[in-house]
Design a protein around this ligand. Structure first.
Ligand SMILES: NC(=O)c1ccc[n+]([C@@H]2O[C@H](COP(=O)([O-])OP(=O)(O)OC[C@H]3O[C@@H](n4cnc5c(N)ncnc54)[C@H](O)[C@@H]3O)[C@@H](O)[C@H]2O)c1
Length: 326
């Protein structure tokens, strides 16, 4: 249980952030959230959190730090789509790099206990010579998104060297689970499930043999919780350790939903990596963390969630959340 420490979660109305907010609150933390709702949804946000409808690239970030005095910062707000980043590299960098820098600057001025950063393992190593990739694998992003996350990581390390800012950077594989947006460009599992439930035909880009390291959202939340008191000044992969192909995911969901049609094939999208899997030995050593929810179980839970919300007609449990602008 916590000692009532205050956590500031950026991107707390988003997919992963909203689950993290729920967990922090359930463990007794006070939680404040910054989200501009560009992708996040108020209905995902736990009403017990103090909500700032605000943009991390703006100077109002400093006011929020002054008012909330957070002990911990979990930084998840980002432009998350690889495809979007290849078409809008400047906007991608403004949010993912400059937004991070603004938070870091406010964090070092306030002297917080820890900055826990959501980075990417899926988009930072590019197309590696061999899999699984450890944290020692050379960084070689193939998209502005991957590069922007790496630049944010580098600023965090620099702030540690310059100002002794404490941090852990978590490099996630492909995260999936309840509340993932099925209408975005990222999140193949949510997109496949929702498309099949609506009786439409899913799209597969490229040959479908591309492999991703899929990791269930509760495992990712657990990694963030472990990083509160462990893994200081460390960057660690957070994944299952295994690659699964998009074709395999399609078949598994197809069987679970007894869907009858095949996928429509489209050309490979620029910026996407071919095969990636993450070696997570370091996260076991540094955080005592390893993935607990296997792919089949995670898929089943996710299919059940989407089935339920489709049947109820609700996108997810609708809950009011009080909002402040800053
Ligand atoms: N989902 C994945 O597979 C995955 C994999 C690796 C890393 N990550 C990282 O995890 C984090 C969370 O991703 P997610 O999948 O929950 O995505 P998401 O889009 O659901 O969440 C991101 C949140 O950030 C908010 N946001 C975006 N720009 C903002 C801005 N300028 N100011 C304030 N809020 C802003 C959005 O409204 C959204 O609620 C991101 O940093 C992402 O890069 C995700």
């Amino acid at each position: 249980m916590s000692d009532s420490r205050k956590a500031l979660v950026t991107g707390g109305a988003g997919f992963i952030g909203s689950h993290l907010v729920d967990r922090l609150l359930s463990e007794g933390y006070k939680v404040a959230v910054i989200d501009d709702l560009s992708a996040g949804k108020l209905r995902n946000l736990n009403p017990a959190a103090t909500f700032y409808h605000s943009d991390i690239t703006q100077t109002s970030v400093q006011d929020i730090f002054n008012r909330e005095q957070p002990d911990l910062v979990f930084h998840l707000a980002a432009r998350v789509s690889v495809t979007y980043s290849t078409e809008n590299p400047v906007d991608n960098a403004e949010v993912n790099v400059i937004g991070t820098l603004r938070l870091l600057d406010a964090a070092r001025q306030k002297g917080i206990d820890k900055f826990i950063f959501s980075s990417t393992g899926g988009a930072i190593y590019g197309n590696p010579e061999s899999n699984p990739c450890s944290e020692e694998t050379p960084v070689a992003p193939t998209s502005p998104y991957g590069l922007s996350k790496y630049m944010a990581e580098q600023y965090i390390e620099l702030f540690h060297r310059l100002y002794r800012l404490n941090y852990t950077t978590l490099r996630y594989g492909n995260v999936y689970g309840p509340r993932q947006d099925p209408h975005g460009e990222a999140g193949v599992i949510a997109i496949f499930i929702q498309t099949m439930l609506e009786g439409r035909q899913p799209l597969i880009f490229g040959d479908g043999d591309q492999e991703r390291d899929f990791i269930y959202v509760a495992d990712v939340v657990e990694a963030n919780m472990r990083a509160i008191d462990r893994g200081n000044h460390r960057t660690v992969n957070i994944g299952s350790g295994e690659g699964s192909s998009v074709n395999h995911i399609f078949q598994s969901i197809k069987e679970a939903l007894q869907y009858r049609w095949e996928a429509e094939r489209r050309p490979h999208r620029p910026g996407e990596v071919h095969k990636i899997a993450l070696d997570c030995a370091k996260s076991l050593r540094d955080l005592g963390w390893s993935s607990q929810v296997g792919l089949e179980e995670g898929l089943q839970r996710t299919v059940e969630y989407f089935r339920e919300i489709n049947q109820s007609g609700e996108p997810s449990a609708s809950r009011p959340a009080s909002g402040r602008s800053a």
